[in-house]
Design a protein around this ligand. Structure first.
Ligand SMILES: Nc1ncnc2c1ncn2[C@@H]1O[C@H](COP(=O)(O)OP(=O)(O)OP(=O)(O)O)[C@@H](O)[C@H]1O
Ligand SMILES: NCC(=O)N[C@@H]1O[C@H](COP(=O)([O-])[O-])[C@@H](O)[C@H]1O
Ligand SMILES: [Mg+2]
Length: 390
């Protein structure tokens, strides 16, 4: 069975950011051919791929044209904002969609995956409601109570997300969510604010011919709904780890296919609460670039291609911290990389994004330490040493 796997494969990546770039590196190391697709030229993954295409991935005709042109064996979504109905069509035509077209459809919008987890699978989530007008938003907010969190159903990396403390802030949150919504949706989700002790990403690897396996949980800290630092292992009781693994298995089994999933949880004193998941490598999982023998991108590739994963080895306390832009700029230079790299067990990734704007993630610092606190301090210090100059 394993011996029948023939390489190279032709992979088409839909979305070519930092996560895609590391995935392409993993794929190229095993000699595969990769076409990197995104909405703008010179995107990070395009810089290391065999071919690239600049299209609107929400436009079905654009998707059709690049698929007909390149005839990929696999289509690998890297972002949510893709015309997923078209992926269902490609799947019917015999192209493998990772992990499945249905999974990308479920996770493209927050409401679909929430309904699957909460309504169909009975998994504990934050209490929630939806709104498609300001009036509905006011009513739902009242019902959920304060504080609550408002997010466009279609967005990622915290875009359009805000916390509402009382009724007077509802309108501002509604407008912000609609402005930050990606794609053509005018719908928001209002969620109960969870006062968590810790939030984690449980990287879950679903395989074709082997059991589902998990990475050690990754803790993370977010600001403005976007990740700032992550670390592994996250401190959690074995009971809670098992509970999170059970939920992750339940949801990923329902989604099907093979590949890595970043399953996000809020951990309170009493509970493990499912938040959302990415059917692909997760930004907080970039810590695995330094913390494991096989990083999340290599794991995704092996799972997709049906290659074995005999053992995931965790190297001990490790952390990542983001390098963010502070200004808008079209020409970018970095200083301070030498200073950051002078520290033992520190590494830097610069994504090569062609332009910057405030809070855009341009790179990441990685570190190992004697304990998680030291690893986090090293990563955060290294990230702060790297400065972006126009
Ligand atoms: N109900 C909630 N209660 C408390 N904090 C929340 C809640 N929902 C979101 N957050 C905070 O905001 C962060 C981002 O939220 P969420 O993961 O839903 O957004 P996202 O835009 O999909 O992010 P990404 O695409 O980076 O995963 C969470 O990691 C958490 O820190
Ligand atoms: N939380 C999702 C996430 O981290 N996605 C990553 O960010 C890129 C977009 O970056 P950009 O907005 O700077 O172009 C995506 O292409 C993906 O690599
Ligand atoms: Mg998230």
């Amino acid at each position: 069975m394993m011996s029948s796997i023939k390489l190279p494969k032709k992979l088409m990546l839909l979305g070519s950011g930092e996560l895609g770039k590391e995935f392409v590196i993993a794929a190229k190391r095993l000699g595969n051919y990769v076409v990197a697709v995104d909405r703008y030229p010179d995107a990070p993954a395009m810089q290391v791929a065999d071919a690239n295409e600049v299209i609107s991935m929400l436009n079905p005709d654009d998707l059709e044209a690049v698929v007909v042109k390149h005839q990929p064996d696999f289509i690998i979504p890297e972002i949510e904002a893709i015309r997923t109905e078209k992926l269902l069509e490609f799947e019917q035509r015999g192209i493998a969609i990772v992990p499945t077209a249905a999974a990308t459809n479920y996770t493209m919008n927050r409401d679909r995956i929430r309904e699957l987890a909460h309504q169909e699978l009975g998994i504990r989530t934050a209490r929630y409601g939806y709104a498609t007008t300001l009036d509905e938003s006011i009513a739902v907010s009242e019902k959920i109570g304060f504080p609550n969190v408002v997010k466009p159903v279609m967005s990622s990396s915290g875009k359009g997300q805000s916390t509402v403390r009382d009724q007077s802030e509802v309108e501002k949150a509604w407008n912000y969510a609609i402005a930050g919504s990606r794609g053509d949706s005018q719908k928001v989700i209002v969620e109960e604010f969870i006062h968590f002790e810790l939030e984690i990403t449980l990287l879950t690897i679903k395989q074709w011919n082997a059991p589902t396996i998990f990475c050690s949980p990754i803790g993370h800290r977010q600001e403005r709904g976007d990740y700032q630092e992550s670390w592994q292992p996250a401190e959690m009781t074995d009971t809670k780890i098992l509970e999170a693994q059970e939920i992750a298995k339940k949801v990923t089994d329902a989604l099907g296919g093979a590949g890595i999933f970043g399953v996000e949880f809020f951990i309170t004193k009493e509970e493990v609460i499912f938040s959302e998941l990415s059917p692909r490598p997760h930004d907080t999982g970039m810590v695995t670039l330094i913390s494991q023998n096989l990083n999340e991108f290599e794991l995704h590739l092996r799972a997709i291609l049906g290659l074995p994963i005999p053992k995931i080895e965790q190297f001990g306390a490790s952390a990542s911290a983001v390098i963010l832009a502070s200004e808008r700029s079209d020409s970018i230079n970095y200083i301070g990389v030498a200073e950051a790299l002078a520290e033992k067990d520190v590494d830097i990734r610069l994504f090569g994004k062609p332009n910057a704007h405030p809070y855009r993630r341009m790179g990441v610092a990685l570190a190992k330490g004697e304990n998680v606190q030291q690893a986090r301090e090293k990563a955060t210090k290294a990230a702060s040493q790297v400065k972006i100059q126009p």
